[in-house]
Every structure is written in C-alpha cells, then in structure tokens.
Write a protein that binds this ligand. Structure first.
Ligand code: UDP
Length: 360
C-alpha cells in the first residue's frame, strides 16, 4: 500500500523555496492523486494553501493521498478534467494541470482518453482560468520533442514527432495543449505557465507504474530478471521528484511575465543499461539483464538543456541520481514489505507499429 505519509509526501514537510501561499483563494490541482500531483498537493498544503484535488483515478489510487485526505484544507473531487465545466467550482486562486497518464504503458492503453484528457481537459481548465482570472500551470513534457534531432533539447527546438505512432496520443495531445495555452494567453490574456517535464522519479511512484526506474527497482529487489528494452544504449536524464516540484512552484510563483515553455529536468544523462547496473549495485541484487524488444518510437536520446530555467527561475536540480535512487529504493522496499507488488510488463502488441507504418 502506498501512502502519502509513508512516501515522504507528508503535508507537514516542506522544502519549498517560497513558503508563502500561492493565493488566498483555493488552488486546483488536476491529477492531484497521481505521482507528481500528490507531491505537489502535499507541498501546497505545507505552504498553508487550500487545495482542491481533481482526479478520475484512472492511473492512481486513493491510498496515494491517504494522509492528505485528512488535512482540513484538502478537498477531493473524483472527476475527469475532460468533462469538467468551467463554472463548476467557485473562485480559484491558481490551477495546476497534471491530469494525464504519463507512463507509456498506461497512456497507450486508452489512446483516445489520453488525447482528449490533454485537449478537452486543457480547454476546460483554460476556460476556468479565464473566468477566475487565475494563473494556470500546464505539465507539458519532453515527449513533445519526440525523436530529437537536436541534443540536448532546448525550448527553441520544435521536435520530431511521429503523429500516427503509438506514442502520438500523448505527444500530440501535449503539443496541442501547449497551443491551446498560447491561444488563450494571446486572445484572452490568461496567465499561462508551461513546463516541459523530463523523466522524473522518486518515492510514491506506483509499483505498477511501468516506467523504467520503478520497474528496475522492483525487479532488482526481488532478484528477478531486469527487463531491458532494446540494447539499453538509449539514454534518459532522471530528475528527483522534490527538485521537480521546486521548479514547478518557482515557475508559478515568479511575478514576472515569464510563461515558458521551460524545460524542467536533470541534465545528467545515463543509458538505460547503466541505470539497470546502478540499481543492481545499489540494491545488492542478483538480478540479470533480460533483453526485450525495444518499443516502437522509443526515443533514442533525451537530455534537457536547462539554461532557460537557470536564468529565468534560478532553478537547477540538487539531488544526484545515487541519492535519489537510494531514497526511492527505501520507499519501494517499505511498500513491498506492506504487500504492494506489481511490475507492469509491456504487452507484446505495444511493440508493433500501426498497420502499414514503419518505425522511424
Ligand atoms: N525501459 C526498459 N525497461 C523497462 C521499462 C522501460 O528498458 O522495464 C526503457 C524504455 O524502453 C525507455 C526508457 O527505459 O527507453 C525509459 O522508459 P520509460 O517508460 O520510463 O519512459 P519514457 O522516457 O520512454 O517515456
């Protein structure tokens, strides 16, 4: 079982850079029961903020926010952002949109839901922001860069995305959400803040999340084969969750006109094979690497250029991979001892291209 308290997400703990509440009015966190959303809710509550959490629990569970639910300033609404009406809630001080499955294995399972969560959900929330005159944050993603031909990726890069591949429901949905933000900003003066979030990990990720860090840790702790997709030479850059939340809050608190998009991530790049070897070492595991097919359109390299975040927000990540992995391993161990256990293996059909389309 996963609890906010047990996962370092207690509302009493704050590493926030700005201790002041964001707004006197309640703040809406959509996707607030998810991995990043639950950490964000905890941090906002610790700042004294009244938080309304909206989640449809399609990829999250209520026990993730167990300790937050008891907080007097926390309100939970079981709703889908794609059907949220702009006048459904009272006046809001700010809106955070983190509502969308982010793990490839989950978001590819219901592609239409993934696409419309980003597009309709974003439109509904932008209408709400316009009505309340509230600042709105959009959790965009490094996926909008697709198979990058520029390395590392800067915000000026337009991306290289397959519009009809298995990842497109997520990638194109997030790209369209950015477009919506800029239309609302230009036409209606809505204050938008967009972060392009690179791979993030840490305590509190569901054990069935399906993403690489959590899969490898669970497999290593059980001395089971480590599922290495492809030859493991593809790279990622992993940011510890607390650092990422600091970046999001800096972006939202900034009193200048800076709206982004801005990359938030840790520029320390590592191959997936090296990640597996490091997790085996840190857990003292007897696991062996087990090579599996590389998923279609799996990006070969990913690393953020964070110069803009450093300059505009004075932000950079503080937690190195070794420290972050150690904290995450401890959290996973504790949850396994409590009986929570599922690693999501990628179904074979997810490794096949769409009919008539070859992988890039
Ligand atoms: N990956 C892997 N084994 C796993 C899960 C993922 O080798 O059990 C690889 C995956 O193919 C990708 C990288 O790890 O190259 C990161 O995958 P993840 O699903 O975490 O997120 P992505 O960055 O692809 O969105």
């Amino acid at each position: 079982m996963s609890t906010a308290k047990g996962n370092g997400r207690s509302a009493g703990k704050s590493r926030s850079l700005s201790a002041a509440p964001l707004a006197a009015r309640p703040v809406l966190v959509c996707g607030g029961a998810g991995f990043l959303g639950s950490h964000l809710c905890a941090r906002l509550l610790a700042q004294g903020q009244h938080v309304i959490c909206v989640d449809n629990f399609c990829t999250s569970e209520e026990d993730t926010i167990e300790s937050l639910v008891a907080h007097p300033k926390f309100q939970l609404l079981r709703r889908d952002v794609a059907s949220l009406q702009e006048d459904e809630l009272g006046p809001l001080g700010a809106i955070f949109n983190l509502a969308c499955a982010a793990s490839p294995v989950h978001y590819q399972r219901s592609p239409l839901d993934t696409l419309f969560t980003s597009i309709r959900g974003m439109d509904n929330l932008l209408r709400m922001a316009r009505r309340c005159k509230a600042r709105i944050f959009q959790a965009s993603t490094s996926e909008i860069y697709g198979h990058p031909t520029m390395h590392p990726q800067t915000e000026q890069y337009w991306g290289h995305v397959n519009p009809i591949g298995p990842r497109s429901c997520y990638d194109e949905g997030k790209r369209c959400a950015e477009t919506l933000c800029f239309i609302y900003q230009q036409q209606y003066g809505v204050q938008v803040r967009i972060a392009r979030i690179f791979n993030t990990y840490g305590p509190g990720m569901r054990l069935s999340d399906g993403r690489v860090v959590i899969n490898f840790i669970v497999q290593a702790l059980a001395d089971e084969p480590i599922t290495l997709y492809g030859d493991g030479t593809q790279t990622r850059s992993f940011c510890y969750v607390d650092d990422l939340i600091d970046g999001i809050l800096r972006l939202m608190h900034a009193d200048n006109e800076f709206s982004g998009p801005v990359n938030l991530g840790n520029p320390a790049e590592i191959t997936v094979r090296e990640l597996a070897e490091r997790i085996i070492r840190l857990t003292g595991s007897r696991s062996q690497l087990h090579v599996r097919p590389l998923p279609v359109d799996d990006p070969p390299r990913r690393r953020p250029d964070i110069s803009l975040a450093q300059q505009a927000l004075n932000w950079r990540p503080r937690t190195d991979l070794e420290t972050g992995l150690t904290l995450t391993i401890r959290d996973v161990e504790a949850r396994l001892q409590r009986g929570e256990h599922t690693v999501l293996r990628r179904p074979a059909e997810m490794n096949r291209p769409l009919a008539g389309v070859s992988a890039v």
